[in-house]
Ligand binder design. Sequence first.
Ligand code: FES
Ligand SMILES: [Fe+2]
Length: 463
Amino acid sequence: MIPAHIYNDAEIFELERERLFRRAWMFVAHESEIPQDGDYVVRRLLDDSFIIARDSKGDVRAMFNMCLHRGMQVCRAEMGNASNFRCPYHGWSYRNDGRLTGLPFHQEAYGGEAGFQKRGQTLLPAPNLASYNGMIFISLDAQAPPLEEFLGDFRFYLDFYTRQSGAGLEVRGPQRWRIKANWKIGVENFAGDMYHTPHTHASVVDIGLFREPKAQKRKDGATYWAGCGGGTTYKLPPGTFDERMRYVGYPDDMVGRIKQMWSDDHQRVVGDDGFMISAASCFPNMSLVHNWPKIQDSDDVLPFISIRTWQPISENETEVYSWFAVDAAAPDQFKKDSYKAYLMCFGSTGMFEQDDVENWVSLTNTAAGSMARQLLLNGRMGLLADGTPVVNALPPEQFHGPGVAQVGYNENNQRAILRMWADHLEMPPVAPNPATIGGRPDGITPLAQTNGTSACQAAHQEV
Ligand code: FES
Ligand SMILES: [Fe+2]
């Protein structure tokens, strides 16, 4: 049972800020957004702005976007290519690896290197930086466990979305907008809410955009939870792996490449078990979608992939970042059509998006008052009164992915997320890093690759 006020409570938001977002790994960018040396994007994590840059040696870095002098935000553009960043206030400048290189009137104002050694000063690096399949994550906790350990078995499911060929993913966007809703609602929805689809999105079904999200169909899918995330699947009609991939709209050449990348177990989830991954969430605030709407007046469908983060602004406001993602090796026409499919469903023009947000804003408003403090919401779907499951978990021979999977409507994943959330709120606050007057170049590690392909990095090294 879930106290209703957790969806709009300033005190709880303070705890989340301190105990959850100060330690968890959070997705900030994909390496394909910064393919060339000098490319950068600026991303916000709660109150902190970071420059995510590929420096002139090709290493990916994440630097706190605050000038070492008087604290101005150094880089004000949202993306670009630069060898240096110059602070707009007094003109201190930094290389794209963070090193302080330029200081107006160094001799006259500071007595030169003898008075203030600019050598050895850098923008503060993010306390922790790592990537998986080209997805760049930051943790604000210097002592955070390795990313791979944090993700755990959810990596298996991430591979479905992010490893369709050796070329890796390319992304477009992100589109960025704010909604007056608590960040947890979207995370929970994407993780496991198959139950809302036929009702909230009835109009999308009525106009024939989808071949199959009828209530009956949706409940034949399975939800799964593994490591730090979980998601939903659709049940596919009978067929081989190839036939089922074609059924959701993948052309043959893409299916061929996918088969070279996905493990036997990945292929069995689709080919033997008959499940196709759909929406998912990775704790704490990243979600993914894979869907296959119709984009023309025919029965042909086309798949798209989207990645998003729910960036908390306050207890009742969230900034959504939504990227379109596609296999870099996909044919151009496929990329074009897939992008159109994405825009139709999600993002600021998405029909699903608008249906969903209407609910979430209303829920957030209703959770703010005193009556909400007297209400425990019913989050028990999938459990009998004694706590045993309504439907048993799928045995390993019927579901070849890691973790626990179950067919039908349930709120297992929403509960799993809230359990992790509650565990974090009970942890002691993260030990603060000591304050410093700037980073040290020898103390900065650029991005360490974890498992998986990093196409941009590989391409860079070849060049
Ligand atoms: S605040 Fe950046 S140069 Fe002064
Ligand atoms: Fe939805």
